[in-house]
Ligand binder design. Structure first.
Ligand code: SF4
Ligand code: SF4
Length: 267
């Protein structure tokens, strides 16, 4: 496929992948027709066979930095890009690659899975901003197409987008779903998870397990207190949120609560 627009004066974009599932690349590909009148796609290896290196106005990067060649590629991308946009939970938080290695190193995990003869140059999986400056972080698993187009429109007008990451509860209430946390006693993490999925899980009666990563300013103490009052083990909840790459610093604010829901003094 050749996505390149013939008008060489248009702003340029590139879409690149590191270690990820290509979910974001698919969302971008599905929505690229809306952008093609306004941009020239100079690189999109997932979708076209002819790709150029060199300076580019906006580069969207999916995936975490999990291998040495990811890091080398990311550094080249950063050097060539005016705006660098991390797209998706892997690029923004590290997602399951990072969350799956909290109890052992990436090298140990590779050994367990592939055996001693495997020859991978693995790094501890990390979000992009651990290694390079990131201009915009667009969370999602996968990203929301409307948010992607809105971010792109802002950057094409030469200003950084204003991204608020409200909790899933907001979308859930707008859909008038019954609350599975309150009414069904399910350990729903919607109050601390970034919105954008349209409250997919609670809309079918399931608890949100935090796959979009944390929302802006998550109220962790309140979430912990509600879950504790309902009898859920915080370790289990931490494990769920952490498995999608939520940073451990968030949970430092989670204090043990006693059986009446009050914070245990002295901790
Ligand atoms: S079901 Fe979950 S996402 Fe929906 S309002 Fe209740 S806690 Fe929030
Ligand atoms: S787990 Fe939460 S953030 Fe992920 S799709 Fe379900 S409701 Fe949305």
């Amino acid at each position: 496929m050749n996505l390149e627009n013939k008008h060489n004066t248009l702003p340029t974009i590139a879409v690149e992948g590191l270690t990820g599932c290509a979910g974001e690349l698919l969302v971008i590909l599905e929505n690229l027709d809306k952008l093609l009148p306004f941009v020239r796609v100079v690189s999109f290896p997932f979708a076209q066979s002819s790709n150029q290196g060199g300076p580019v106005d906006i580069t969207f990067v999916e995936g975490s930095v999990s291998q040495k060649h990811d890091l080398e590629k990311l550094e080249r991308i950063r050097a060539a890009s005016r705006w660098l946009v991390a797209v998706g939970n892997c690029a923004v938080w590290g997602c399951v690659q990072k969350g799956g290695c909290t109890n052992c190193s990436a090298a140990e995990k590779m050994l367990q899975v592939y055996g001693k003869d495997a020859n991978f140059d693995v790094l501890e999986a990390a979000p992009l901003e651990k290694h390079v400056h990131v201009d915009v972080r667009l969370s999602g698993c996968p990203i929301n197409a409307t948010q992607f187009l809105s971010v792109t429109a802002s950057l094409l007008q030469d200003h950084l987008p204003y991204i608020t990451s409200k909790p899933v509860c907001l979308e859930c209430k707008l859909k008038e779903n019954p609350c599975v946390l309150i009414e069904d006693n399910l350990p729903c993490l919607g109050p601390v998870t970034a919105a954008g999925c349209g409250a997919l899980c609670p809309s079918v009666g399931a608890a949100c397990y935090g796959c979009w990563g944390p929302c802006q300013s998550p109220q962790m103490e309140a979430m912990a207190q509600v879950l504790t009052e309902k009898g859920f083990a915080l370790e289990e909840v931490i494990s769920r949120l952490g498995s999608f790459g939520a940073p451990a610093e968030l949970f430092k604010r989670w204090k043990p609560f006693n059986e009446n829901g009050a914070a245990v003094k002295g901790v």
